[in-house]
Design a binder for this molecule. Structure first.
Ligand code: NAD
Ligand code: UGA
Length: 459
């Protein structure tokens, strides 16, 4: 007899699978949680002191549970038959080929996993969609799981994840809600209850929402679309602010004080990045087109277009502010991660900006406290044209301009007088995150170009 009341397996040990399972294991010592992946290097890292992803607070959570009721392995086939609940948290990138290329979700990894579960399960099992998936995927998954001769029954639930990177542990420990969608028959409801009991160990029951499976699947895509839409909306207004001398932060504060609008996610920026916003909106667009809802598709696609426009506007500003040429000029990018407190650079605006600056033949130097290895990987094809350095002072030394790409706290507290003294003149700062003290920088002598605010130009 196992000493644990339930065995959970998670397939996919990435940004979602690893932290989510670590928090379940920490809060449910009577449940055995095994996290698996095909990537041996990733699993080795989860078993070491150097975890494969950086998340504040994650080391402590993993240290507490690992070896007690949290295990990491590549033996997926060996674990499937022992598991009562199997979460699947593999990647679901945008398709790059064939039908729906550039928009639809690529479900090949998911299908492989479903077939694997079907082949190795020996008892009734709950299969949980943790990855973000197109609405109605559970139907296809269930058909795959039940194909062929077997008495094993699978109940498919949708339990999308809403954590944000950089605050994953906090978000998992204190979620606004946990969403569980499942079948409306008796078996479906029993499976939902089994998963509710897992989360109820630390999440208040009134925050655990249960729905039908399609609503849960669609709510995840919709949540990301709404969040990204807010950023594109405030970024659209930032362009108008620059044209009219309104200040985007003042506008955001004014509208955000309306309790119907609320203050969050109104920080104007060089654009949103991250592995999911663009991917999930394009997936939503594809679904709308599939159902013949072309106006709805066009409405959501505009959120992505606006984001691209914001990145283009930023580069345009750098070139115009540099007397219309940046050929051979040293430009220091402060930050490369798609947001602060993560080493993740997937879809980071810094990638687009770097490539466009290189196109203009600038000499680009990149600094970031966590993301330099990823930056080197993202820019592998142009690596000989880019310099990387850990130290922001060294990056700025001899530069014509600094471009703030990521809102790392450390950039707020640098000695900007020292930086100014080491730079070419006129020295400029393009603050793509509006995190610096613009008046103080202008006082030192910088030309300062924020987002959605009047530029402060000395020379
Ligand atoms: P990730 O790329 O970090 O991790 C996915 C893992 O799945 C990889 O380690 C990969 O090796 C593994 N994998 C792929 N195929 C496999 C297979 N056949 N068997 C076993 N392992 C396999 O991705 P992620 O960021 O964790 O995202 C996973 C899903 O969660 C995506 O659908 C994403 O949209 C969604 N999501 C991500 C976030 C986030 O903040 N990153 C938040 C919410 C939801
Ligand atoms: C986002 C969502 O916030 C999560 O709820 C969701 O689970 C996740 O996507 C996902 O499905 O992957 P994440 O991408 O990790 O999380 O980070 P966010 O904090 O949402 O930031 C996304 C991007 O928007 C970053 O580039 C950030 O800098 C930018 N942003 C955010 C702004 O430009 N302005 C803002 O006001 C907020």
């Amino acid at each position: 007899m196992s000493e644990f009341k339930t065995s959970i397996l998670c397939i996919g040990a990435g940004y979602v699978g690893g932290p989510t399972m670590a928090v379940i294991a920490k809060n449910c010592p009577d449940i055995k949680v095994t996290v698996s992946d095909i990537n041996q290097t990733r699993i080795d890292a989860w078993n070491s002191d150097e975890l494969p992803i950086y998340e504040p607070g994650l080391d402590e959570v993993v240290r507490e549970a690992r070896g007690r009721n949290l295990f990491f392995t590549t033996d997926i086939d060996g674990e499937i038959p022992k598991s009562d609940i199997i979460f699947v948290s593999v990647n679901t990138p945008t398709k790059t080929f064939g039908r729906g290329a550039g928009k639809a979700a690529d479900l090949q990894f998911w299908e492989k996993v479903a077939r694997n579960i079907k082949d190795h399960a020996v008892k009734d099992t709950i299969v949980v969609e943790k990855s973000t998936l197109p609405v109605r995927t559970a139907e296809a998954i269930s058909r795959i799981l039940h194909s062929g001769p077997s008495d094993v029954h699978f109940e498919v639930l949708s339990n999308p994840e809403f954590l944000a990177e950089g605050t994953a542990v906090h978000d998992l420990e204190n979620p606004d809600r946990v969403l569980i969608g499942g079948g409306e028959d008796e078996r479906g409801q029993a499976a939902i209850q089994a998963l509710v009991e897992v989360y109820a160990a630390w999440v208040p029951r009134e925050q655990i929402l249960t729905t039908n499976v399609w609503s849960a699947e669609l709510s995840k895509l919709t949540a990301n679309a709404f969040l990204a839409q807010r950023i594109s909306s405030i970024n659209a207004i930032s362009a108008l602010c620059e044209a009219t001398e309104a200040d985007v932060d003042e506008v955001a504060r004014a509208i955000g004080s309306d309790s119907r609008i609320g203050p969050k996610f109104l920080r104007s920026s060089v654009g949103f990045g991250g592995s999911c916003f663009k991917k999930d909106i394009l997936n939503l667009v594809y679904l709308c087109e599939h159902y013949g809802l072309d106006e709805v598709a066009a409405y959501w696609e505009q959120v992505v277009h606006m984001n691209e426009y914001q990145m283009s506007r930023f580069v345009e500003k750098v070139v115009t502010g540099s007397f219309n040429t940046i050929v051979g000029k040293r430009l220091a990018l402060f930050g490369f991660a798609f947001k602060a407190n993560t080493g993740d650079t997937r879809e980071s605006p810094a990638i687009t900006v770097t490539r466009r600056l290189l196109n203009e033949r600038a000499s680009v130097v990149i600094t970031d406290p966590k993301a330099i290895p990823e930056a080197k990987h993202d820019l592998a094809d142009v690596i000989d044209q880019v310099e990387f350095c850990e130290d922001p002072y060294e990056a700025a030394n001899g530069a014509h301009a600094i471009c703030v790409m990521t809102e790392w706290d450390l950039y707020k507290d640098l000695d900007y007088q020292r930086i100014f003294d080491s730079m070419m003149k006129p020295a400029s700062i393009y603050d793509g995150r509006n995190i610096l003290d613009h008046a103080a920088l202008a006082e030192i002598g910088f030309n300062v170009y924020p987002i959605g605010k009047r530029a402060l130009v000395n020379s």
